[in-house]
Design a protein around this ligand. Structure first.
Ligand SMILES: *Cc1c(COP(=O)(O)O)cnc(C)c1O
Length: 228
């Protein structure tokens, strides 16, 4: 493994990506699908452009960042150079940063309140963009975590559908819980709302997520090494 202070090499990044893709495919097959049904989002938050370029060179095109400003600094130039990159916002979004976020990100995974949905719809209209959006569900009902509460999810999905291109649901299970029940709950909510997208699974649990039906897994440290 690569420690926080060491910059990974090109061959390490390529090998990690290969390994993760292979594991996703294996897990997806257990659930009756294949790796082609699961989009691997390489979460590059905190990692510098030099490291991101190694993943780009290895063919990776979907990336995730959690902060708008950090992403702008790293990705404005990279997106110009790699126009086929798809950039996913996976961190909480403040209403006053929606304009900046829409100018850079292609997919938003963290819609969790009416004011945010309205701002994305309004500013998206002004900018002429309508990005696919995931609604974040706080499946563990944690006070400090973003996401709509489970009991409010159906109503919020309905509300968002009038405003946004709702691609699916997203969750981040509590760190100390087994993830599978949270993934199952998210899948149940998606099914009953007729939503195809499931953004779930991180480095520690992406195989479980891929087996259980994730369409998007968000994997950082298993690709780039530990964050410093
Ligand atoms: C950081 C982050 C990830 C990736 O975490 P790893 O454990 O490094 O794979 C995935 N999803 C969200 C929302 C994150 O903030």
């Amino acid at each position: 493994m690569t420690g926080p202070s060491m910059t990974p090499t090109a061959s390490q990044i390529a090998a990690h990506l290969d390994e993760v893709r292979t594991r996703i495919d294996k897990a997806a097959r257990k659930g009756g699908r294949t790796g082609a049904d699961v989009t691997l989002i390489a979460v590059s938050k905190t990692h510098p452009s030099e490291v991101i370029k190694l993943a780009l060179a290895a063919g990776q095109r979907h990336f995730g960042e959690n902060r708008v400003q950090e992403a702008e600094a790293k990705w404005a130039a990279l997106k110009a150079k790699y126009p086929d990159v798809v950039l996913h916002l996976i961190g909480g979004l403040q209403t006053n940063k929606v304009g900046d976020a829409l100018a850079l990100f292609d997919v938003i995974h963290t819609v969790d309140r009416p004011k945010l949905a309205e701002a994305i719809a309004r500013l998206g209209g002004e900018l002429g963009v309508r990005p696919p959006c995931f609604i974040q569900v706080n499946t563990g009902e944690e006070a400090q975590k973003g996401g709509v509460m489970p009991l409010e999810t159906d109503a919020f999905v309905t509300e968002c559908r009038g405003l946004l291109d709702v691609a699916g649901l997203m969750c981040i299970p509590p760190v100390d819980d087994p993830p599978a029940p949270h993934f199952a709950l998210l899948k149940k909510f998606a099914r009953r709302n007729g939503l195809a997208g499931l953004s779930m699974g991180m480095s520690s649990d992406y195989e479980t997520a891929a087996e259980m039906g994730a369409t998007h897994v968000r994997v950082g440290s298993a690709i780039f090494g530990a964050r410093g």
